[in-house]
Design a protein around this ligand. Sequence first.
Ligand SMILES: [Zn+2]
Ligand SMILES: [Zn+2]
Length: 144
Amino acid sequence: MNKSKIDEFIKKCRESNLSVTPQRLAIFKQIMDDHTHPSPEKVYKRVKEEFPTISFATVYKTLETFEKIGVLAVVTPIHNTVRYDSVTEPHHHLVCIKCKKVMDVFDENLNQLDIPADILQSNKLVAYSVHFNVICSDCLQKGE
Ligand SMILES: [Zn+2]
Ligand SMILES: [Zn+2]
């Protein structure tokens, strides 16, 4: 378990006047420990094992709140469902078009891409993330 990430989570919640309930903590830990960039459905399934009475709506709303206060990031819409990421620093993604796995890519060069001038001319760039569609090594091995 990543203690400093939990501390940071608690700090950010407090700064946003969000009380750190056992359910909220469980939802956050679930995403932190799951490196697959889980969907809300998956987070709900896991958290329900610990809190059988929790509803999907609660989990969904909590994830949205977490995104607003900056403890989670939403991966650029992929596969028609939102996927959550506990990594909020700049990084990029490999997305397998077969098994829909989402993998993190950390690369300094990608963090410093030359952004086309016409994008910057009329817009203010807030952030960007490069998204590579791939057939992952597992799927290649399975010959799919
Ligand atoms: Zn795959
Ligand atoms: Zn990621």
